[in-house]
Design a protein around this ligand. Structure first.
Ligand SMILES: [Zn+2]
Length: 439
């Protein structure tokens, strides 16, 4: 493998430093990196002047579609999309076919991820058998499997049965796992097509009220308190949800919260176009909700960015709104969309960006090899970003199989230039290079 001397990159957008990467690990940072490099064989020097260096991003919410929906995405293509988006780890949601509700399926996804070698792929286990919401899945078997699952979610479906949710929260405590909830009260969202509000009333569509999300979050933070277990709230989308989570954290309840890039930039006004690319679950909300979510990231009430990357084949999106599937791609635009929503607006800097995209998701999911602070000895999962670049998002040029990006043809700030995964440069000059070997 190659070793790298990365010169002149600004760590977290602050001071320019040299970074020496030897045999997959950070070997030196700062003044002694160049001096140490003189003894290193097989060295490649990368001039990173003007680029921002950050720890590789960790996504807690990715749909890779394999097994079962390889027409939408595979572990390989999703991994390549992740690498090009700056992610050195992704968590693959369980709503595959078959559902990832047994040790056999999570071990399959784990193995496919290792074989692909573009990013670290960690399977998420289903909370209930077949996402059916009726019986707990083999949570213990998945935790004890080679995939070492710690995160369990029925994402796409809500664990609406309070007794099952309580049992699941109790169960995962045994191995410091947690439940990631897709908060959607099913009875309040029957036949819902978009956010319930002024726009849905004008368009005559069945609305999806904010209270359907907030009611489940309120219940679940109380269950997390009762069981003294860990709850993660997926894709928070309303201002009211933020206030419930804020209050729960003030009470000391162990809850973490996630927001998607698209909920930080887009609103339900876009649904007036009837373009199904804007159909997503939870739905795009109002300007007021979007501003509250941005503020919550800046305040620390929201802990992480999760892409909810949800690729679909064209036939599921190129149809009328009512028939279209819900979901958007996001891996290859997340970095730039978050930069547009939060960095360009002056609400956060690159250091907070690294917390919400890398350090905190790595800590929550127990990934000790991710989310570093450029400590010597850390696994070299590093991204280099051009903060001044502007580019036009083009689904045809992306690695994901999905063409359903709501950011298509939008000009975005900040460009991922290089991705190092376990010390291998898997993305060079924004294009795929070569995968890292099998870990
Ligand atoms: Zn979801």
């Amino acid at each position: 493998m190659s070793n790298y001397l990365i010169t002149g990159a600004t760590l977290f957008g602050e001071d320019p430093q040299d970074i020496l990467v030897v045999e997959g690990a950070i070997a030196a940072v700062g003044a002694d990196a160049a001096a140490r490099a003189t003894d290193v064989s097989d060295l490649e020097t990368i001039d990173a002047t003007g680029l921002v260096a950050l720890p590789g991003m960790v996504d807690m919410h990715t749909h890779l579609r394999e097994p079962g929906r390889e027409d939408a995405e595979t572990v390989l293509t999703g991994s390549q999309a992740a690498a090009r988006g700056g992610f050195t780890a992704v968590h693959a949601m369980a709503n595959t076919a078959p559902v990832a509700d047994t040790a056999a399926v999570v071990e399959l996804v784990d193995r496919l991820g290792r074989e692909a070698g573009w990013t670290q792929v960690r399977p998420v286990g289903a909370v209930t058998v077949g996402l059916g919401g009726e019986r707990l899945s083999d949570i213990g078997g998945m935790a004890a499997s080679r995939a070492e699952v710690r995160m369990f979610s029925d994402d796409g479906m809500c664990v609406w049965d309070a007794q099952l949710m309580r049992r699941a929260l109790e169960y995962v405590k045994a191995f410091d796992g947690f439940i990631a909830q897709h908060a959607q009260e099913p009875r309040l969202t029957e036949k819902a097509q978009m956010n319930e509000g002024v726009v849905s009333a004008e368009l005559g569509m069945v609305g999806w009220p904010a209270v359907a999300e907030e009611a489940i979050i309120a219940r679940d933070v109380l269950l997390a308190e009762h069981t003294n277990s860990r709850l993660h709230v997926c894709h928070v989308s309303t201002a009211g949800s933020v206030e419930i989570i804020r209050a729960a954290k003030e009470r000391g309840i162990r809850v973490s919260a996630e927001v998607t890039p698209h909920h930080l930039l887009l609103t339900d006004e876009l649904v007036r176009s009837y373009n199904p690319v804007y159909k997503v679950n939870p739905p795009l909300r109002t300007e007021e909700d979007m501003q509250a979510l941005r503020q919550a990231v800046a305040d620390g009430v929201i802990d992480v960015i999760g892409t909810d990357h949800a690729p679909h084949p064209d036939e599921s999106k190129e149809c009328e709104w009512m028939a279209a599937a819900m979901g958007m791609t996001g891996l290859e635009t997340a970095l730039s969309v978050v930069a547009k929503a939060l960095i360009e607006t002056g609400m956060i800097g690159w250091r907070r960006f690294a917390e919400i995209t890398s350090r905190t998701p790595a800590r929550l999911t127990g990934l000790g090899n991710q989310g570093h602070n450029f400590e010597v000895g850390a696994e070299a999962n590093i991204i280099l970003i051009d903060p001044e670049a502007r580019w036009i998002a083009d689904p045809a040029a992306m690695s994901t199989q999905g063409n359903n990006s709501p950011f298509a043809q939008m000009e975005l700030p900040a460009r991922l230039v290089h991705t190092f995964y376990r010390g291998h440069r898997v993305v060079a000059n924004s294009e795929l290079a070569t995968p890292a070997g099998r870990p």
